[in-house]
Design a protein around this ligand. Structure first.
Ligand SMILES: Cc1cc2nc3c(=O)[nH]c(=O)nc-3n(C[C@H](O)[C@H](O)[C@H](O)COP(=O)(O)OP(=O)(O)OC[C@H]3O[C@@H](n4cnc5c(N)ncnc54)[C@H](O)[C@@H]3O)c2cc1C
Length: 546
């Protein structure tokens, strides 16, 4: 076993949260930080170019490509679970939509006993970390942070006018800014790009941090265990891919080990290291450091459902499905870094109430100017845009009540853990799915959207009663890639994994700082809140150890 030198902090995982931690903890120049990332470099065309999302989605060189266990309430389907395995983590392969979440999401966190996490506490953190760019490409607003949030409204597909008219006709509000004072309504998604290129957590935080002599990044370095001296974390062991494969390395941390391996792998690493359900650990021959059945529990995720329509007007399909269309937008991108290749396919959507009587939005919408099919090929599954004009209406219930688990099935880090989201196991989630489907039905029946719809593709919502809608949801709904909660924050050690400072209950010098600590999933996309969580956790650490 090769022993390396000691660092003040070891950050496990260079994703959305890990990159922030590396930057913030090293900025003062006093602390040394080692980042261990299992994936490789993010210097890839399909990562930098926003439309490349469709390419990295199934690319095992940058994606863990997990698969859930069969889901009982989804007709025993196993659900594909992409996660970033690359510098920048999932922020390097995600759809770049930037949504802070709804203010009440964070008030929920505080009400669950997490002091310091209410909306009034976290809003200033968001304001500090963002750097807003307006539709003209000018820096706007007060935010002077490193995370570029771009208004790309001038680049959006012209079908937006049908979407907005349809939304108004069905009684939905319109908002100018999901990240402003009035997030409710339909609108245009802002995205993490800068001058037409993806702006991942690595771009915003890790690359600047690596210019400092006190930060070390090791790529293709997979942590397999946290080392404890009693109940104090003192370091990690890890394996390197490639030349040095097979050699187990050790790195020591004098101040703290920070797990930022994401909602699937942070609980996996705790369990592999003896922190988790006692019986499971004993069964797998893992010495128990701290028995805690909540490690890996409380898994929450957004379940999304899409409906496909053939369109009366050209959509992105007309551009992306022909070689001359691709050449045209490719040239546009190469010369101006603009056009459809410079933005996300998730262009329009919103946070809306599926029923007017609700006290807050319960449904997130998407309207994408593209449809596609999945095609097997020698390079694996490919996403192929359809040859006819088409678009998608999609919804996800915002705050699912179902809870699942992630548990190791072997003492080896090489074996993926069992992912059991337990989708639709709570009756409220079935009702939320039904309300969402009816909302899409209402929207698609408006004169504005009827004018855009040439043909409703099967399965067609119009032909469905309530029973058929739920059945269709069970048959087709899938993850929206927002797993959170598996190392939940809370004040009661018997019900949660980390405290409000994100330190693991009952252990010393070990923190979990990533999407796993969310006590409840925020109403929207999870990269922004994960980034905020890391900033806030770094504030606390730096106050204690400037
Ligand atoms: C396909 C997809 C689309 C998405 N779209 C959006 C979107 O449009 N907007 C949005 O807000 N959110 C989106 N998300 C979700 C969002 O990206 C994640 O919630 C967020 O990035 C999670 O950050 P994290 O720090 O918790 O984990 P990650 O960013 O996943 O980082 C974890 C890192 O740890 C590394 N790691 C894991 N195990 C080990 C180990 N043993 N040793 C060393 N390193 C390890 C991983 O390789 C990874 O780099 C999407 C996610 C996916 C997968």
């Amino acid at each position: 076993m090769a022993v390396e030198k000691t660092f003040d902090y070891i950050v496990v995982g260079g994703g959305s949260a890990g990159c922030v931690m590396a930057d913030r903890l090293s900025a003062g120049g006093k602390h040394t930080v080692l980042v261990l990332e299992a994936g490789g470099s993010d210097r890839r065309l399909w990562i930098n170019m926003p439309i490349g999302y469709g390419k990295t989605f199934y690319d095992e060189r940058v994606n863990w490509k997990f698969q859930s266990e069969p889901e009982p309430e989804l007709k025993d389907r196993t659900i594909y679970f992409p996660r970033g395995k690359v510098v920048g983590g999932s922020s390097s392969i995600n759809a770049m939509v930037y949504c802070r979440g709804l203010p009440a999401d964070f008030d929920d966190w505080a009400q669950l006993g997490n002091a310091g996490w209410s909306w009034s506490d976290v809003r200033p953190v968001y304001e500090r970390l963002e750097r807003r760019v307006d539709a003209q490409g000018r820096l706007s607003g007060a935010g002077g942070g490193s995370l570029f949030v771009s208004d790309v409204s001038k680049q959006l597909h012209p079908i937006e006018k049908h979407f907005f008219s349809g939304a108004r006709e069905s009684g939905l509000q319109v908002t100018e800014d999901f990240n402003g004072p009035h997030p409710e309504g339909v609108g245009r998604y802002q995205i993490n790009t800068r001058r037409g290129m993806r702006w991942s957590a690595a771009d915003a935080y890790l690359r600047p941090a690596l210019k400092r002599p006190n930060v070390t990044l090791m790529t293709n370095a997979r942590v397999n265990r946290i080392l404890f001296d009693g109940r104090k974390a003192v370091g990690v062991t890890y394996n390197l891919d490639g030349a040095a494969a097979g050699t187990s390395m050790t790195a020591l941390a004098s101040r703290a080990v920070i797990l930022s391996a994401g909602a699937v792998q942070s609980p996996q690493l705790l369990q592999l290291s003896g922190v988790g359900p006692g019986a499971l650990l004993q069964q797998l021959g893992i010495p128990v450091v701290l028995a805690s059945s909540v490690v890996g529990g409380n898994l929450q995720d957004h379940l999304a459902m899409s409906y496909y329509y053939k369109a009366t007007q050209p959509t992105l399909n007309n551009v992306l499905s022909t070689w001359w269309g691709r050449l045209r937008v490719g040239l546009q991108y190469a010369t101006t870094l603009s056009g459809p290749l410079s933005i996300s396919v998730n262009q329009l959507g919103g946070f809306v109430k599926s029923e007017a009587t609700l006290d807050r939005p319960d449904t997130q919408l998407y309207c994408n100017p593209v449809t596609y099919t999945l095609a097997p090929s020698s390079k694996g599954t490919q996403i192929v845009p359809d040859s006819f004009a088409g678009f998608i209406l999609c919804f996800q219930p915002c705050r699912p009540m179902s809870r699942g688990r992630i548990d190791i099935v072997s003492p080896s880090v090489e074996t993926p853990p069992a992912i059991r989201p337990n989708y639709l196991s709570h009756v409220d989630d079935i009702q939320a799915a039904l309300r969402g489907a009816k909302l899409i039905q209402r929207l698609s029946r408006t004169p504005a959207l009827r004018g855009l719809i040439k043909e409703r593709m099967t399965p067609d919502l119009e032909t469905m009663d309530d029973t058929a809608m739920i059945d269709d949801f069970r048959a087709r709904a899938s993850t929206c890639y927002h797993p959170v909660g598996t190392c939940m924050m809370g004040s009661d050690p018997s019900q949660s994994v980390v405290d409000a400072n994100l330190k693991v209950h009952g252990l010393e010098n070990i923190y979990v700082i990533d999407a796993s600590v969310f006590p409840t999933v925020t109403s929207g996309n999870t990269h922004a809140p994960t980034t905020m969580v890391a900033h806030k956790a770094a504030d606390v650490m730096l106050r204690a150890n400037p």
